[in-house]
Write a protein that binds this ligand. Sequence first.
Ligand SMILES: Cc1cc2nc3c(=O)[nH]c(=O)nc-3n(C[C@H](O)[C@H](O)[C@H](O)COP(=O)(O)OP(=O)(O)OC[C@H]3O[C@@H](n4cnc5c(N)ncnc54)[C@H](O)[C@@H]3O)c2cc1C
Length: 386
Amino acid sequence: MIREMVRDFAREEVEPQALEHDRDEKFNLDLFKKLGEYGLLGITISDQYGGAGMDATAAAIVNEELSYSDPGFCLAYLAHAQLTVNNLAVNGSDEQKSRFLPGLCSGELIGCMAMSEPDYGTDALGMTTSAILQDDGNWCINGRKMWITNGVVDDEGTAADIVWLYARTGTDSRGRPEISTFIVERGMPGYKAGQKIMDKLGMRASNTAELVFEDCIVPSANLVGEPGHSIRHMMRNLEIERVALAAQAVGISRRCLADMSRYAGEREAFGAPIQQFGQMQRHIGESWAEYRAMRAYVYETCRVMNLESGGQRLDSDGVKLFATTAAKNIADRAIQVMGGYGYVGEYVVERLWRDAKLLEIGGGTLESHQKNITRDLAKNPDPIEE
Ligand SMILES: Cc1cc2nc3c(=O)[nH]c(=O)nc-3n(C[C@H](O)[C@H](O)[C@H](O)COP(=O)(O)OP(=O)(O)OC[C@H]3O[C@@H](n4cnc5c(N)ncnc54)[C@H](O)[C@@H]3O)c2cc1C
């Protein structure tokens, strides 16, 4: 049912605006708020807080279906629903959930997750944004976050309503960073948006921005959990993030297949539809097999994923590693099959090719997945024989 509902919504409302918003690098805030009316912004969280109470599979379905038409718009959805809302629902206190989740689920509040910094991406634990506890019980935060999806919500540079912010609050006895989470609200002194990052290769329908924290004062009520205890939930939420990004790859691949297959049946060259040429059949046949493999792997990973406890890193990294590059290659083949037309915005696949490239970088680079998988298998090789 959810697939049908989102598919209809994507066809009727997302598809018609996608080309224009990519071209203009514009986030469609009004359309985003409609996702709240459909109950999709809190897809994985309890209805007690305005959510839909569903699981990782449902989240993947929404990401797949939206990405069939507009992966950029979907990235804004993912940053809100998976990176902010799901994170808060799993790790926040009851008081924090009651305070923020209803507004985040309705779309009244737009959220973002701020981990990356100008000098620290893959090496996230090196972050230098610091939070220091003041005598009055408030926290004082200083630093800058970079590449934050939904960091601004409009073209006037209005900062996100809610930032799920990771900051360093100390160093443990073994010299490791202690990371804490703060919920920063627009209007808190010292929090502002920096530059909106323009001229991105893809995902142009989502806003990406720098966020600045200058002596930003955050009350202790907005600290999530115990100070210094955030690394575990930061890593745990990366699992749903990676699966959701892989689901975006599934949507991109399905669309590219649909378009290249139809085109190959209609376009004639040398007196025959180009689908009769072996080289075109190779593009379509290989794309189909890769699409089916990624789809099975993504939904199998979702099926066993527990959003509360994590523990699926091996496969959340695995699906993202496989699906994202496969999607980029499938989009590349779609352009090739469609020749000059494939190279033009109106025919969609060139945009999907540009969008697919981000999936190899955001939420963890391909190299970080290779590293994690190798490490996890070295620690415990049992999954290889299962
Ligand atoms: C459009 C967009 C949206 C984003 N949205 C968000 C967001 O909402 N929130 C957020 O916090 N971040 C966001 N990011 C940031 C994203 O997560 C980072 O770009 C990503 O983690 C990589 O970090 P980096 O860009 O600093 O690259 P780096 O970490 O500097 O990496 C550069 C290269 O070095 C390689 N490398 C680094 N370390 C190793 C190693 N140990 N071994 C081998 N190779 C290595 C990398 O794989 C990569 O190829 C977004 C990025 C983009 C482009």
